[in-house]
Design a protein around this ligand. Sequence first.
Ligand SMILES: *[C@@H]1O[C@H](CO)[C@@H](O)[C@H](O)[C@H]1NC(C)=O
Ligand SMILES: *[C@@H]1O[C@H](CO)[C@@H](O)[C@H](O)[C@H]1NC(C)=O
Ligand SMILES: *[C@@H]1O[C@H](CO)[C@@H](O)[C@H](O)[C@H]1NC(C)=O
Ligand SMILES: *[C@@H]1O[C@H](CO)[C@@H](O)[C@H](O)[C@H]1NC(C)=O
Ligand SMILES: *[C@@H]1O[C@H](CO)[C@@H](O)[C@H](O)[C@H]1NC(C)=O
Length: 457
Amino acid sequence: MEATRTTVLCVCSVLFALTDVGCELIHIRSSVHHGTKGKDLLLSVDARFPPDAAEIQGSWSHINVNGASTILVSFNKDSKIIDMMYRKRLDFKEPNASLSIRNLSEDDEGYYKLSLNIEFHSEKGTVKKEERTIHVTVDEPVSRPVIERKPSYTVIEDKANVTWTCSVEKGTRVAFRWLRDNVLLTPSERYHFTQDKSTLLISPVRKEDKGTYRCAVSNPVSQIMESRGVELNVYYGPYNLEVNSGQGLRTGKVFTINPGELVHFECQADSNPPNSYVWISKSPNATKIITTGPQLQVKSDELAQTEDYLCRAFNNVTKKQDEAQFTLVVASLRTVKEKYADDGRSTSLLAAIAVCSSFIIGFMLLFLFRRACHPKRVLMNIYNRPFSEQKRPHRSGHEDAADDFGIYEFVSIPGKMDSTQSSCKSLARLESIQDMHTTIYDVIRHVPESPSASLLK
Ligand SMILES: *[C@@H]1O[C@H](CO)[C@@H](O)[C@H](O)[C@H]1NC(C)=O
Ligand SMILES: *[C@@H]1O[C@H](CO)[C@@H](O)[C@H](O)[C@H]1NC(C)=O
Ligand SMILES: *[C@@H]1O[C@H](CO)[C@@H](O)[C@H](O)[C@H]1NC(C)=O
Ligand SMILES: *[C@@H]1O[C@H](CO)[C@@H](O)[C@H](O)[C@H]1NC(C)=O
Ligand SMILES: *[C@@H]1O[C@H](CO)[C@@H](O)[C@H](O)[C@H]1NC(C)=O
């Protein structure tokens, strides 16, 4: 032990002599100490040489936050003088010049400066000076935070602001953080924090602000402490209104149901509190409320061939409502399905034509764009397609309306395009699936008023 110390000393001395900077003769473990109020603080010093290898003289002084300096203790080989004011609270450890302060108070904050004169016995006449400064903070540990919400009642989306306040009974230099469902919240357009972050203002409040809020506090001398969670409930909606049915065949907003079938519809929307629902039947002559509640039961026997319905959801707290309209078509689904099966061959033919047409249209589009958009030319090409290429000719009479299922995109091409008014854009749109759907509704909606029996085979 003694040997290694001597070695260190030798190495240091050599380095010191060579570079005039040298390695440390004393070492401070950290230049910042976080002290706890009422507790003790040790400013420890590691001497990098054996205590009896040198004569030491020095002092510890305190520079408080206002810059006032006090010599706490000065010492040499034989004696130490401790400032009277600190006599009861200071403990000076002679062998290594460490200083211990008992019962810390806020006044003990500031800088502690150690100055040493060191004269090695082996180098009489050469005094080395060492100085170290340590920054000391004194804090009171934080107590468990308490969270408060204003207003305390449930708020309505977009119509209210919510203020969260976090407070601690004890603690200094408290750092506040906010969590919703354990996710840290940061300032944003609607989230405003006070400078110390002890208050969070949500303005205005939205559906997505629902959740469990907590605040977390910490300081240099405390672990993170979390408040209990407080729920925020928000009245909102209705959103995403949807009408669904397990029965029938659905195409966009059109439900096709079998004659005689009893069909259930369900209306759903995201809302808090839950919506009240109203089902409305719309006919050219009259609009009437059929029933209330999320479910509708329809007996197709009692219906006209097509009928328009409306589900209206109303949130009686937010006073907002939303509605979804849909069309009910009574037609023999079995027949339709069989038709699809029978037409398997023609369906594949259709598919082939569809692919070819898309290809042709695509090709023409390319051609078009290359030739700086000449819609008329392209339209001519479409019109001049041989009539036989169209699967079914356009019928003048609708003796069998059920025949109308299946081929709409082709039937409607000429109709869809307002001949010369068509632009390159509208041609491009023809290719989109969206457009095909629109076309399908169009045809179904125009099933003529005829006894439903004639639809059946
Ligand atoms: C300094 O001396 C005191 C008292 O002997 C001891 O408690 C402390 O651990 C020493 N510090 C270092 C850094 O050696
Ligand atoms: C610590 O200091 C405070 C004043 O700063 C004093 O009231 C308290 O009695 C002291 N505690 C001890 C154990 O000396
Ligand atoms: C919510 O805060 C905004 C400012 O951020 C203010 O203009 C508005 O009046 C407040 N609304 C309510 C209901 O207090
Ligand atoms: C609708 O009104 C027309 C005349 O205004 C009438 O002929 C027709 O029967 C009415 N339809 C229904 C379903 O009431
Ligand atoms: C809102 O509707 C619910 C049922 O959906 C009802 O219980 C409540 O009393 C209504 N509140 C008001 C203010 O109408």
